[in-house]
Ligand binder design. Structure first.
Ligand SMILES: Nc1ncnc2c1ncn2[C@@H]1O[C@H](COP(=O)(O)OP(=O)(O)O)[C@@H](O)[C@H]1O
Ligand SMILES: [Mg+2]
Length: 309
């Protein structure tokens, strides 16, 4: 449904915002474009939504080339992330009906669709207030709802949750999931690894305009290598005893400040079992013994570092 093939974008002949970026998003799936500030996320979204032309390479959305058939591409995508298009003096409901009318809906059809979306997005309490009275989270929701008056095949969401409080963020997450369930193909950008992990079927990790990793959250974690096993005693004085019995294992380390001994766990649960047997013989009381997998944050740091160094 979305395909980029060697897309490069250079600004002013020198700033390379995207370099040979290629990836593919299947119909009905959610892809997260993940990266730090300036990684090239917005540039990619703008190219896909025909607001910018690639310097070279090819991009196809819903079967249409973004350079050769921009009007057809625009007809299949959701126009979301354009607060500017909302009329702040009108109510949320009036804005939604207006958006529908502009997309060619009849008045009655637009009203019914607005009612359904207001219900779906849990906005009944605010739908008949002027948009200028809305909170940031409400604005984000009305903006997305207005863009859905005509259900698009593809939706681009550029950092839909940046700057939102945790509750509004979860609302947007729920919304993305319900859209995905309706079969809409979604490409969203985020700086939050947790968000990419929760929401997406696949992740494309961008750093300085280049793809540094592409796969599922699990793939990314696996690429960072094994997890590790940690042990914490109730009595910090037992830490050195614990360290002594596991010190010959790979990557054994004692952190006295954190009251934790850790060991690399290339064999996962088998390593955990080995550590447990050794520590159990000591007869010391433990607060915690666990197998920890690398978090996506660690994956991100590791994968971006290996490119820059
Ligand atoms: N219109 C523009 N003119 C010049 N440079 C730009 C323009 N838009 C973006 N850039 C540069 O391209 C790079 C990628 O920007 P952007 O796609 O906005 O990143 P992100 O959305 O991941 O934060 C940055 O270095 C940015 O300064
Ligand atoms: Mg951006």
């Amino acid at each position: 449904m979305i395909e980029l093939d060697g897309v490069t974008k250079t600004f002013d002949g020198t700033i390379q915002a995207l370099h040979e970026v290629s990836f593919f998003v299947p119909t009905g799936s959610v892809c997260a474009l993940l990266g730090h500030n300036g990684a090239g996320k917005t540039t990619a979204i703008k190219i896909l939504s025909t607001l910018l032309r690639p310097s070279s390479g090819r991009a196809v959305v819903a079967g249409c080339d973004v350079v050769k058939e921009p009007a057809k591409v625009r007809a299949s995508i959701g126009s979301i992330g354009q607060f500017a298009a909302l009329d702040f003096e009108l109510t949320g409901r009036e804005n939604m009906v207006l958006f529908g009318r502009l997309r060619g809906m009849r008045r009655k059809q637009a009203r019914l669709r607005a009612d359904a979306l207001i219900h779906q997005f849990d906005m009944s309490h605010a739908a008949d207030r002027q948009v200028r009275t809305y909170s940031g989270g409400m604005l984000r929701r009305i903006d997305i709802a207005a863009g859905l008056m005509v259900t698009p095949k593809v939706i681009f969401l550029d950092e839909p949750t940046t700057g939102l409080d945790p509750r509004s963020r979860r609302n947007v997450w729920g919304l993305v999931s319900s859209l995905a369930a309706e079969g809409v193909t979604i490409l969203l950008t985020t700086q939050y690894l947790e968000e990419a992990d929760v929401l997406s079927d696949s992740i494309v990790l961008l750093s300085n305009g280049r793809i540094v990793a592409n796969g599922t959250a699990e793939d990314l974690k696996r690429r960072v290598g094994p997890g590790y096993c940690t042990v914490s005693p109730v009595n910090p004085a037992d830490l050195s005893k614990i360290f002594a019995v596991v010190s010959e294992l790979d990557g054994a380390e004692a952190d006295y400040e954190a009251n934790t001994v850790s060991v690399l766990a290339p064999d996962g649960v088998a390593t955990l079992g080995e550590v447990f047997r050794r520590v159990d013989r000591l007869g010391v009381e433990l607060v915690d013994i666990a197998l920890r997998k690398p978090s996506l944050d660690e994956a991100f740091l590791h994968l971006t570092e290996s490119v820059t160094t």
